[in-house]
Design a protein around this ligand. Structure first.
Ligand code: GLP
Length: 243
């Protein structure tokens, strides 16, 4: 069972998402937030910055773990997810930089990068609220369709569909890294609460599959149907294929 809330548009979705994060932080000031990148959570982050600037939110005790990072991109690279988070959220609120964690894209040794990030995730404690976007092929984090659900952090080869879809942030398709480090489905699933944000017509079909279809690693987000505390916020366009 999950709760599904359909909003009229992206703006309302972003406001509602920020309200849920704010509620979490008011309940527990030292919450661990699981954070996502991509265009979908951007509006929510903007709202959080607004609430912070209005004196309504305090991030000083918050710890965060991000879902993923491109392998081979440095923190300073404008396409890295570390840079995305710094630019769009961390630099605009009073979170302590040392409390924010993103996999190290510059660690070439895949095994070490994954082990280190799992250790980081363990060190911050249970994730209180995990924000997720949804990939066009049903991926969460960068966990692409596979034969089994991943447990811990893993290094994935991005699918062509994902590379093409993420190309919009880069100059050319060739520039998009082919691999990424991502938190595993097991770690994502361990979060106490999950908030899945989905916007736009292009996501309607995959959202329907994820929420109503069989639970299968071929649609990684479908595992969320089993989660105890999942809230799905979808705008009308994204929800248009749900009966
Ligand atoms: C990327 C990220 C995902 C994100 C997805 C969807 O692949 N790794 O975490 O959910 O894109 O992105 P968007 O929100 O831009 O559609």
């Amino acid at each position: 069972m999950f709760s599904l809330e359909i909003t009229k548009d992206y703006q309302e979705l972003s406001e509602k998402a920020a309200e849920l994060v704010a509620k979490q932080l008011k309940k527990k000031a030292n919450s661990v937030l699981g954070l996502a990148t991509g265009s979908t959570p951007l509006g929510c982050y903007e709202q959080l910055v607004k609430l912070y600037k209005a004196g309504e939110l305090d991030f000083s005790e918050v710890h965060s773990v991000n879902l993923d990072e491109y392998r081979g991109l440095a923190a300073e690279d404008k396409n890295s997810y570390r840079h995305f988070m710094d630019e769009n959220l961390f630099s605009k609120i009073n979170i302590v930089k040392e409390h924010t964690h993103v996999p190290d894209g510059m660690e070439e040794n895949r095994e070490k990068a994954c082990k280190d990030y799992d250790a980081k995730i363990l060190s911050v404690g249970e994730i209180d609220l995990q924000i997720l976007g949804l990939g066009l092929d049903g991926h969460i984090g960068f966990n692409e369709p596979a034969d089994s659900f991943s447990k811990g952090t893993n290094c994935v080869r991005l699918t062509d569909e994902t590379i093409e879809s993420n190309q919009r942030f880069f100059q050319s398709k060739e520039e998009v890294p082919q691999e990424a480090y991502t938190m595993g489905i097991g770690s994502i699933f361990s979060a106490k609460k999950i908030l899945l944000l989905v916007s736009g017509k292009a996501k309607a079909e995959i959202l329907e599959k994820a929420l109503r279809g069989p639970v299968t690693p071929r649609v990684p987000a479908s595992i969320l149907q089993f989660h105890r505390d999942l809230t799905v916020l979808a705008d009308e366009e994204a929800a248009s294929a749900l009966s």
